[in-house]
Design a protein around this ligand. Structure first.
Ligand code: TPP
Length: 514
């Protein structure tokens, strides 16, 4: 057995089932090992941003890591933006990054680069085995590191000779550092604060945004009157009919400030104090009201779910949350297609248990509002602000959840960054319906241009935010990668296309001309 085989066997033992890959010469032994050893499904992505974004979508939904296979610093660098988004989501991922053979590194061959410097900003763990016999144990440590609370990216840099030389065999899984317990005095302190008559809000993130956590939050709200909040962008949230509704902090800083201006006590539960996405001249960066006190119920690496449970007990919460979202499907739009009509149809026809990958940007806001009362679904958003995440995220989620419909709605600008994900969807026959919100514009940047105070933009500035000339044709782009597609110009066409797409299997794309 060689080092690569010992690594693949170790991954299988740990529970890795998928490897999103874009390999090169230095990774050929790992490629061959995936072929020889059963248990890991290799999935080719035609750009590394697809590979890393798909690993993020998989990890968010599966709750365990996929492996990626990337080609030296150049390949890893191509995947950087979506690793950044995954880091912000605390998604478990194991990167296997091929490297030149140990003895070849000294010659500064063309693909040589400082891989560690590219890996470091997004990795919670990084190792480079120098011997083939060290590779398996490093693989087991990588798995544990990625799964250690709250989850993160482990990067294993694999010199080619450590992959091809003889190894001893697979390593056993090593212990995962789970979520640490929140101590009783913290629970008591927060429980007392919730009863002191001040206006409180609890900001949830991580596991508490799944149904069980939301239910606990709803019970605490019933007992204390505290508001329940979440960040604008969250890795995964369960929402829709039957779930406890919570308030999403608005995106724009001044709206966010206003939204939480009354809060006197902000209780963090797996979250951080909210901050503005960007600095704007004369506007706040730190969004917590200046006189408000911050209390930490649980840090991201602590067991926020158990803490909420203990808090519910401590405040004498009722056994059930008194209010749950009632199913309310919006009426369908008619006439000229716009973002509102798209949102209505998506919310109207979204099936029970769908997984939504949302990179809808400006045009996705309507969909978000309407889906609040749609059938229950999982909602994943752009956690790190690096656009071009939504399509690969949807592909990865579809691999993790083959029995659930995945719906991706995406700005046309962001979608162009990683459109190769469509090819992977076609090749793997993934059950993803993609809606491209085709406004042929970087619309948000037109808004930001005004907000930052850049005055009187001229044609050169505006041309950098405009996607006309030439016009993108998403139907042809999708067809060219093996995905069936349709263009919709009216609300009626879109309603019909989206409705029928929900009852077919496999990838499909709808180009919504808004
Ligand atoms: C990796 C990366 N590059 C550039 C940007 C800057 N940026 C933010 S939004 C945006 C345009 C988004 O356009 P689109 O997806 O069409 O959505 P719209 O704004 O039109 O609603 C750009 C280029 C970014 N956030 N991330």
């Amino acid at each position: 057995m060689n080092g690569a085989e010992s690594l693949v066997q170790t991954f299988v033992k740990c529970g890795v089932e998928v490897c999103f890959s874009n390999p090169g010469t230095s990774e050929m032994h790992f490629v061959a090992a995936l072929d020889r050893i059963d248990g890991i499904r290799p999935v080719l992505g035609l750009f590394e941003g697809v590979v890393t974004g798909a690993a993020d979508g998989y990890g968010r939904m599966a709750g365990k890591p996929a492996a990626t296979l990337l080609h030296l610093g150049a390949g890893l660098g191509n995947g950087f933006a979506n690793l950044h988004n995954a880091r912000r989501a605390a998604t478990p991922i194991i990167n296997v990054v091929g490297e030149h053979a140990t003895y070849h590194r000294q010659y500064d061959a063309p693909l040589a680069s400082d891989i560690a410097s590219v890996a470091r900003p997004n990795s919670v763990w990084m190792e480079t085995p120098e011997e083939a016999t060290e590779v398996a144990a490093a693989g087991a440590r990588a798995y544990a590191a990625s799964m250690s609370a709250p989850g993160g990216i482990a990067t294993l840099i694999l010199p080619a000779d450590t992959a091809w030389l003889d190894a001893d065999g697979a390593a056993d899984p090593v212990e995962i550092a789970g979520f640490s317990e929140v101590d009783g005095s913290t629970i008591d302190k927060v429980a007392a604060a919730l009863k002191n008559g001040k206006k409180s809000a609890i900001l949830l993130r991580g596991r508490t945004l799944l149904a069980d956590g939301l239910e606990l939050a709803g019970r605490i709200q019933a007992a204390t009157g505290a508001r329940i909040l979440c960040d604008t962008f969250t890795p995964r949230m369960q929402r829709g009919a039957g779930r406890v509704k919570i308030e999403r902090i608005p995106y724009f800083a001044e709206q966010a400030v206003e939204h939480i201006a009354e809060v006197e006590q902000l209780i963090l539960c797996g979250s951080q104090n909210p901050v503005a996405f960007f600095a704007y001249p004369g506007k706040e960066s730190w969004l917590t009201p200046p006189d408000a006190e911050t209390l930490v119920l649980a840090r991201p690496e602590e067991d926020s779910l158990a803490a909420l449970e203990a808090l519910a007990e401590a405040v004498g919460a009722p056994a059930q949350a008194p209010e749950h979202v009632a199913l309310a499907k919006p009426d369908l739009g008619s006439g000229t297609l716009d973002a509102d009509g798209v949102g209505r149809a998506i919310a109207h026809f979204l099936p029970d248990g769908a997984v939504v990958s949302d990179e809808g940007a400006t045009a996705g806001l309507f969909t978000n509002i309407y889906t609040e009362t749609a059938a229950p679904h999982d909602h994943m958003t752009l956690t790190g602000g690096a656009i071009g995440q939504g399509l690969p995220l949807a592909a990865g989620a579809a691999l993790a959840c083959p029995d659930q419909k995945v719906v991706c709605f995406h700005g046309d600008g962001g979608a162009m960054y990683t459109l190769q994900a469509l090819w992977t969807m076609a090749r793997e026959k993934l059950d993803v319906v993609t809606v491209i919100l085709s406004n042929r514009s970087y619309a948000i940047l037109n808004i930001e241009l005004m907000r930052v105070g850049a005055e009187n933009p001229g044609p050169k500035a505006l041309s950098m935010l405009d996607l006309h000339n030439p016009e993108l044709n998403w139907t042809q782009l999708a067809n060219g990668m093996g995905v069936e597609a349709v263009r919709c110009e009216t609300a009626e066409e879109f309603n019909d296309a989206f409705e029928s797409s929900m009852s077919r299997k496999g990838p499909f794309l709808i180009e919504a001309m808004i």
